[in-house]
Design a binder for this molecule. Structure first.
Ligand SMILES: [Zn+2]
Length: 518
């Protein structure tokens, strides 16, 4: 009889990154809950590097359990032969492996290549990490240390409201905490002034909030409804209270929150006044304030920062301002992009911070918060986190290290694509799946642009995008190629699904770094 899934965590760094065991357990449990898996206790690997005793025993017990949920894929043994033995035994017994941080499952032969790709890219990225190109003018906004590397980007970018932009600032990796962030030059500040002045939230959907898929197979649902449920489940929120939504835009989160908690008092703040009228019509909204958290009146039981923190050049100062707005016992809800699952995030001009779980934790720890809940699977390609103020002094469990954390892998993929795309499609007409950030960026890299765009969201049909028509998958003529502009792992799933549903056209997944012929 099989009984459920054994968790697998470690008391040593994973890819040079030390994550406390309770945080690893939180991530593993969240993954199990979201995927409907029965979770058994976690096995904790010994601290000695290269020791896999606990993993060996978990693998040996696969007869009796349904499978293993690893905190991270990179807890698999570093040598390929050992990994392949584990894959083989898992498949022979009809079991499955899961990797919570990367939000990946392994249960079939074809998954082997997908996972091994990730090891290859990681290996490449780590061999590329060099502590050169020091610049004494820039220090890390989290830990104050110098960058370990600075990479000039060399490709054009996209704004977070999905408009092409001619340049992207250099990318820096901190030598202390591993934070991946952009250099904030005078030119960058000028650029973001222009970007925010004309900012249009969800302008392609005529203001309707973008829906997200949790898994390739699941239904589309609005991001903010998922976040409200996440906060509700993790915090047991009372039926009345006060919410401050920072960066409220046209009120997507406030609207979802009001539907779930009709007795709460809601206040929205935003740097731009463009959403004010829409926000004021939401039931429960008391006020709309132009500015930042410090400009909001009074104190709050919950402060939400949905797609906010990645825009802030001084996140420690900002999070202290947020802390000053909390009632005793108050919480902060954060939703921010994950560059490791979505490398295209690096091309977003006004995203100046690019977080991993480790750097998000380090930032919030330094700002005096404790992580209460975290999910990398609530919304694909994003971090969702709930924080409360830590009692007493901030814990000192972090250690300074160069933590590549996939930063160089993400940078290499985009640089590789920027070289490969114009070459590969030099003499070939191509359509692009999507009209979001990745699709816009891919189109910009093509000298002749896209022949057409394909979107599954009916809001987007009809009006042209970047000079090309937007059509439904069913309307793509046979024998044409459609490039699936998504991170490689996701792109492959989407391309396979569309190829089954619409066998005429050729659905081409965005290649992974090692598949690029450079
Ligand atoms: Zn740092």
């Amino acid at each position: 009889m099989s009984a459920g899934y054994r968790g697998y965590i470690a008391s040593r760094p994973v890819r040079d990154e030390m994550t406390p065991q309770h945080v690893q357990n939180l991530v593993v449990r969240d993954y199990a809950t979201r995927n409907g898996l029965t979770f058994l206790l976690s096995a904790t690997e010994y601290a000695m590097p290269g020791c896999f005793m606990m993993l060996d025993s978990a693998v040996a017990s696969l007869d009796d359990i349904d499978g293993i949920i690893f905190f991270s894929l990179f807890m698999m043994p570093p040598d390929e032969a050992s990994r392949r033995r584990i894959y083989r035994r898992t498949l022979e017994l009809g079991r499955s492996l899961h990797f919570a941080l990367e939000n990946l499952a392994f249960d079939s032969e074809r998954d082997i290549d997908r996972l091994e790709d990730m090891f290859q890219v990681d290996h490449f990225a780590r061999s590329e990490l060099r502590a050169d190109d020091f610049d004494s003018e820039v220090t890390c906004p989290i830990c104050g240390r110098l960058p370990a590397s600075e990479t000039p980007v060399g490709f054009s970018g996209v704004t977070s409201d999905v408009k092409p932009w001619p340049r992207v600032s250099n990318l820096l990796v901190c030598s202390g905490c591993g934070l991946l962030h952009k250099r904030t030059t005078a030119e960058w500040f000028q650029d973001i002034d222009v970007i925010y002045r004309d900012y249009e939230a969800y302008h392609q959907g005529q203001g309707a909030e973008q829906s997200v898929r949790q898994e390739e197979a699941s239904e589309l649902s609005p991001r903010s409804a998922l976040l409200v449920r996440f906060a509700k489940d993790a915090l047991a929120l009372p039926s009345s209270g006060r919410l401050l939504d920072v960066g409220c835009g046209n009120g997507a989160l406030l609207r979802s929150f009001a539907a779930e908690f009709p007795s709460w008092e809601l206040i929205g703040v935003d740097r731009s006044e463009s959403g004010a009228d829409a926000v004021r019509t939401i039931p429960g909204v008391e006020r709309f304030v132009v500015g930042g958290p410090a400009d909001a009146p009074g104190h709050y039981d919950l402060v939400s920062l949905v797609h906010v923190l990645e825009h802030v050049p001084e996140p420690l100062v900002f999070l202290s301002e947020v802390a000053a707005k909390l009632n005793p016992g108050g919480a902060v809800l954060i939703d921010a992009p994950s560059f490791a699952t979505n490398p295209f995030d690096l091309a977003v001009v006004d995203h100046v911070m690019h977080f991993s779980l480790a750097t998000l934790r380090e930032l919030t720890r330094q700002a005096g918060y404790a992580l209460r809940a975290y999910s990398s699977s609530l919304i694909r390609k994003e971090h969702a986190a709930l924080l409360t103020l830590a009692d007493g002094t901030a814990s000192t469990d972090s250690r300074a290290s160069i933590a590549p954390d996939g930063a160089t892998a993400a940078i290499s993929l985009l640089q590789g694509l920027a070289t490969w795309l114009p070459r590969h499609f030099a003499a070939q007409q191509v359509g692009i799946l999507g009209t979001g950030i990745a699709a816009t960026w891919v189109c910009e890299q093509l000298p002749n642009g896209a022949a057409f765009f394909v979107d599954e969201d009916p809001h987007r049909f009809g009006k042209p995008y970047m000079g090309a028509p937007v059509i439904a998958p069913a309307d793509v003529p046979d024998d044409l190629t459609v490039f699936v502009a998504q991170p490689p792992v996701m792109a492959r799933e989407i391309a396979e699904r569309l190829a089954k549903e619409f066998p005429g056209p050729s659905w081409m997944a965005c290649p992974s770094f090692h598949e690029l012929e450079l």
